[in-house]
Write a protein that binds this ligand. Sequence first.
Ligand SMILES: *[C@@H]1O[C@H](CO)[C@@H](O)[C@H](O)[C@H]1NC(C)=O
Ligand SMILES: *[C@@H]1O[C@H](CO)[C@@H](O)[C@H](O)[C@H]1NC(C)=O
Ligand SMILES: *[C@@H]1O[C@H](CO)[C@@H](O)[C@H](O)[C@H]1NC(C)=O
Ligand SMILES: *[C@@H]1O[C@H](CO)[C@@H](O)[C@H](O)[C@H]1NC(C)=O
Length: 186
Amino acid sequence: MLLPRSCLPLFFISTTLAVLINRTIDDAIPDSSGNGVKYTNVPGHAWNVGGQCDACTAGELDTTQVYDKTWHDTTFYPTGPGNDSPNVPLNASFSFNGMCTAIYVFCVLAKAKEHPFGNSDMSFYIDGELSGTFVKEAPGGQGYEYNVPVYVNTSLSPGKHDFLLQNGHVNGTAPSLVLLDSIVYS
Ligand SMILES: *[C@@H]1O[C@H](CO)[C@@H](O)[C@H](O)[C@H]1NC(C)=O
Ligand SMILES: *[C@@H]1O[C@H](CO)[C@@H](O)[C@H](O)[C@H]1NC(C)=O
Ligand SMILES: *[C@@H]1O[C@H](CO)[C@@H](O)[C@H](O)[C@H]1NC(C)=O
Ligand SMILES: *[C@@H]1O[C@H](CO)[C@@H](O)[C@H](O)[C@H]1NC(C)=O
């Protein structure tokens, strides 16, 4: 393998001009090299394929507004009951390699304050270092907001990077939801 296939390289037209190409990774489908998003699960508490699980509280998304019609769903609960692993944040991670200089992470946000718990409390790590957060209280009401860029970083250095999204945080005070749709990198 001559090029790292998990990331499109920059195509150099001259030494000073390059064309950036976006590549989208679906939440559920690995790219052509088998590279995909990895999800951590703990007992009784998991990332689920959106819309296809009994435990998912966000059921009725408009799939025409979701990349590849799929999303991954998880809720962080600070306390029980009905939850075998309260106060454990859940992660989604993705590694990419090559001349990538930008990453965009897209989620769907639920408007409801409950059923589903629409609060957002996400932390983003690049190479193990906290690099940003997306914290938002649900506005209330019905429906969803689609294609929300919850994390954007256009100043990555070329090379291998590990990206990690953490839902909720230890000793968080409220449940928080993530509906992960896609990751774009350039
Ligand atoms: C890549 O995608 C991001 C997010 O949608 C967009 O803001 C950016 O303009 C795109 N870049 C290119 C080169 O298409
Ligand atoms: C999630 O990621 C955070 C930050 O790297 C880490 O502290 C935590 O242990 C991870 N949780 C799981 C369940 O892997
Ligand atoms: C982007 O990620 C790099 C780590 O590779 C970090 O140093 C930088 O602060 C991040 N930029 C933004 C805008 O988060
Ligand atoms: C969470 O709360 C417990 C009990 O108060 C405390 O011992 C622990 O250090 C806290 N952890 C964090 C990461 O805040």
